[in-house]
Design a protein. Structure first.
Length: 114
């Protein structure tokens, strides 16, 4: 299965969380490995990752109010799927809402619960 730009973005966010590395080298490495440098998809990937990192507190605030369980105990990979999807719904008009939700479900199914 070819990974989508959003799936790559979730992977980068997971790496940032796990290793406390800066996002920039991870994004650059991902762009190079997937031949996305200078492409619209590459710009979207960069926009999504930096946007989620910039607005993470705000996104988590919204998600804690929507989630009925204990958000702090949720798997970090699933949190990143939700953060990226919510960011895209709130701050981007590139895809219709149903497509963002559909892709979030597909990514979540492939995310290993820790």
């Amino acid at each position: 299965m070819t990974k989508t730009v959003r799936h790559l973005g979730v992977n980068i966010l997971n790496q940032v969380n796990a290793s406390q590395d800066f996002a920039s080298p991870l994004i650059n490495d991902c762009l190079a490995k997937n031949s996305l440098s200078g492409t619209p998809d590459g710009r979207l990937l960069t926009h999504l990752v930096y946007g989620v990192l910039r607005f993470r507190g705000h996104l988590d605030w919204i998600l804690t109010r929507l989630y009925r369980g204990d958000f702090e105990k949720m798997d970090e990979g699933i949190k990143n799927v939700l953060r990226l999807s919510l960011y895209q719904l709130k701050f981007s008009d590139r895809l219709p809402d149903f497509a963002v939700a559909n892709e979030a479900v597909k990514i979540a199914k492939n995310t290993k619960a820790g």
